[in-house]
Design a protein around this ligand. Structure first.
Ligand code: PLP
Length: 396
């Protein structure tokens, strides 16, 4: 009567959601101020003021029928023009609005892109650790999912391992920089090396391997770290972008897909994107939000708050004796778990009301992910609990 795969997916929520729900129950029991919830990646900084201003202006000054009506399936042309102008100006690309397809956030960008590319027997690879939904998205379109190692000192992609793992069945690889869960930003040198290997292997296998760049955290970087634009390194690139994190709009569901103008059969790839969006029933991305993000190009929420949180946490945890990977971007800290068993460590952390996500569902063992998109004050209050946890494990 039902699709068993879908039932299983719905009946087993992600480990992150599981912990988040546990946190909500615990907050009801002992008070929200006593639970240190580092489980979920929900931005804790409000959107820039321009977001609300634009919404007010649109509501006051636009014909309501047009504002709330359907747009073109690929997104309003004026909106795509604004985004296209901004991307070209920022990254030196030569894209046109017809390389852009507006979506309901990065999750939709990814599922549409994968559906547009995947045929029976196709494989998609990503670097581990990875965002757990990648597996769900790839398998849902009938693809097989595989992983490639990262260097565990800095979580940069292991390009030699990529070269080993690429096969004639590999349709695409998924990269995510800045990364969830490690915060690592792929360096220009590594991106160049990935592109070189993809070109070599595409030639060897006689078909192009697509680089899918999942970029919801592009603007969330600290210091003078640069995030190289993948299309400038490899022609067969599709960028899956979202405004969920950069403008703190995750509940509004807005993002886009950008297909490189230098991609093999670029027009057909774009048609396949439109077809995949249609077959998944997206119809169009939220109409008012398309206009809002078009007016906010180049703006971000106040990233300095995340930097304060990152510095506060990584300095304290290092002082207590934990080993953390110093993140250049996103809002996650990846911390090695003493003793190696991340699930056990996460359970022990709960005894101190610390909610930390074990790394197993990200495809590696021995770490926890700490989401620091939280109130800075909560981090300060949580530090004694982290200290006690360090003492329990004898690392301090
Ligand atoms: N990709 C990564 C790496 C993410 O961390 C997330 C959300 O946390 C998504 C995609 C989905 O983002 P969106 O809310 O824009 O669908």
């Amino acid at each position: 009567m039902i699709n068993e795969k879908m039932r299983a997916l719905g009946a087993s929520p992600s480990k992150i959601r599981d912990l988040f729900e546990y946190g909500n129950r615990r907050k009801a029991e002992i008070g929200a101020e006593n639970v240190f919830d580092f489980s979920i990646g929900n931005p804790s900084v409000p959107p820039p003021a321009k977001v609300e201003e634009t919404i007010r202006e649109l509501l006051a000054g636009t014909d309501a029928v047009a504002l709330h009506g359907y747009t073109s399936a690929q997104g309003d042309r004026g909106v795509r023009q604004s985004i296209c102008d901004y991307v070209n100006k920022t990254h030196g690309t030569s894209l046109t609005p017809d390389h852009f397809y507006m979506t309901c956030g990065a999750a939709a960008s990814l599922t549409i892109t994968l559906r547009a590319l995947c045929e029976d027997g196709d494989e998609f690879l990503t670097f581990a650790p990875f965002f757990p939904e990648y597996r769900v998205f790839v398998e849902s379109v009938g693809g097989s999912f595989g992983t490639v190692d990262c260097d565990t000192t800095d979580f940069q992609p292991d390009v030699a391992d990529l070269e080993r793992k690429l096969t004639a069945h590999t349709k695409g690889i998924l990269i995510n920089s800045p990364n969830n869960p490690t915060g690592a930003v792929i360096t220009e040198e590594k991106l160049q090396a990935i592109a070189d290997v993809l070109r070599k292997k595409s030639e060897e296998f006689g078909h192009s391997i697509v680089l899918i760049a999942d970029e919801p955290y592009r603007e969330l970087v600290y210091g003078d770290v640069e995030v190289p634009y993948p299309m400038n390194y490899y022609d067969d690139t599709i960028v899956c972008y979202s405004f969920s994190k950069s403008l703190s709009l995750p509940g509004e569901r807005i993002g886009y897909i950008a297909v490189s103008d230098r991609m093999t059969d670029e027009k057909d790839v774009y048609f396949a994107v439109c077809g995949a969006g249609r077959s998944l029933g997206y119809v169009c991305a939220p109409s008012m939000m398309q206009r809002v993000v078009a007016a906010c190009q180049g703006m971000t929420s106040d990233v300095s708050i995340y930097k304060t949180n990152r510095d506060l946490l990584s300095e304290a945890l290092t002082e207590y004796g934990f080993r953390v990977v110093s993140p250049d971007g996103a809002f996650y800290l990846f911390m090695e778990t003493p003793g190696g068993d991340a699930v056990d460590f996460s359970e022990k952390a709960k005894e101190f009301e610390l909610l930390l996500v074990p790394s197993d569902s990200f495809g590696v063992t021995g770490y926890v992910r700490i989401s620091y998109c939280v109130d800075t004050d909560m981090i300060r209050r949580s530090l004694p609990a982290f200290k006690k946890l360090a003492e329990k494990y004898g690392v301090s």
